[in-house]
Write a protein that binds this ligand. Sequence first.
Ligand code: ACO
Length: 330
Amino acid sequence: MISSAIISGSGAFTPPNTVTNVELCKRVDTSDEWIVSRTGIKSRQLIAKEGEMTTVDMAEKAAQAALDMAKIKAIELDMIIVATVTPDYRLPSAACLLQNKLAARNACAFDLIAACAGSLYGLSIASQFISSGKYKKILVIGAETMSTILNWSDRNTCVLFGDAASAAILEPSPDPEKGFIDFQLYSDGTHWQDIWIPEGGSKNPVSADTFEKKGDRVLMNGRETFKFAVRALTSAALKILESHRVSIEQVHHIVAHQANLRIIEAVAERLGISLDRFIINIDRFANTSSASLLLTFDEGKRLKRFKDNDLILMLAIGSGFAWGASLYRM
Ligand code: ACO
């Protein structure tokens, strides 16, 4: 490792259209009380209608905010990674569309899929390229128009998600003590059917009845996901802390994927810490999948929650299941 990677800029964008739980009651048989008590979600930001704003449109705005904070120009970027399960097209990648919009002509660009763990996986790849000395400036994006893959008549899923994009610029740290310390990533594909979209891929291509059956929309086994997420996130946190001989008391902030407030509360309880060490925004944005982790990081950064030298534990889990943890020194 030549040097560690720091996040020199971050940014986020959410569409202006706020949809409250009460408004969702007009679409499905649910209630504000049920959603708040089971998930902590009060409202979410959604594109007003499909096609009105795309994943790449939102990614561009988040990227520009991150470039501005890092005080660099898009032309200086060496690599663009977009984590998404809702790219604008099946082909080409959202990352190449974003490269074009930003006129980031010197960057190679590709997408990755790790669902709600997408940003964490993207950061881990970017960090390796920076640490090896191969690249100097990498843009990592998590961006989703989840509203375009939800079944709006399925109350089990449609109340849980929001649309958003978030971004980070990674550069070599001038101080080797600062930046990413480690990533530990895991996957367990035996759970592939706990959160999935049955149709529209090469296994079950879109057919005449796909839209009737809503086969191109998210299905979820909520209870299994909940139990697995609590176990996996707690275990990933404890393992990375142990590897670096760091106690949970030494961690100043936890930036975790915002899937469900009860998942975060259960992880906090198992780690023996209070909720105030977590940055929480699920109440306003719901689960924004790949965008969630960096949306939360950016909020902590802009609210000046992070001080110089603070130790941050990042945690994320998504469909697959794919999950992991990271330690980051401000
Ligand atoms: N409004 C009202 N009732 C509902 C709703 C709703 N929106 N959704 C489901 N229900 C009903 C169901 O029909 C079911 O009714 P039944 O018992 O009569 O069949 C009942 O509520 C389900 O109750 P529980 O299973 O006890 O609900 P639970 O407390 O498990 O909460 C939830 C469900 C919120 C989905 C929870 O399991 C969860 O959060 N799981 C994790 C899911 C998640 O985080 N997914 C994010 C994507 S993946 C990721 O980010 C890791």
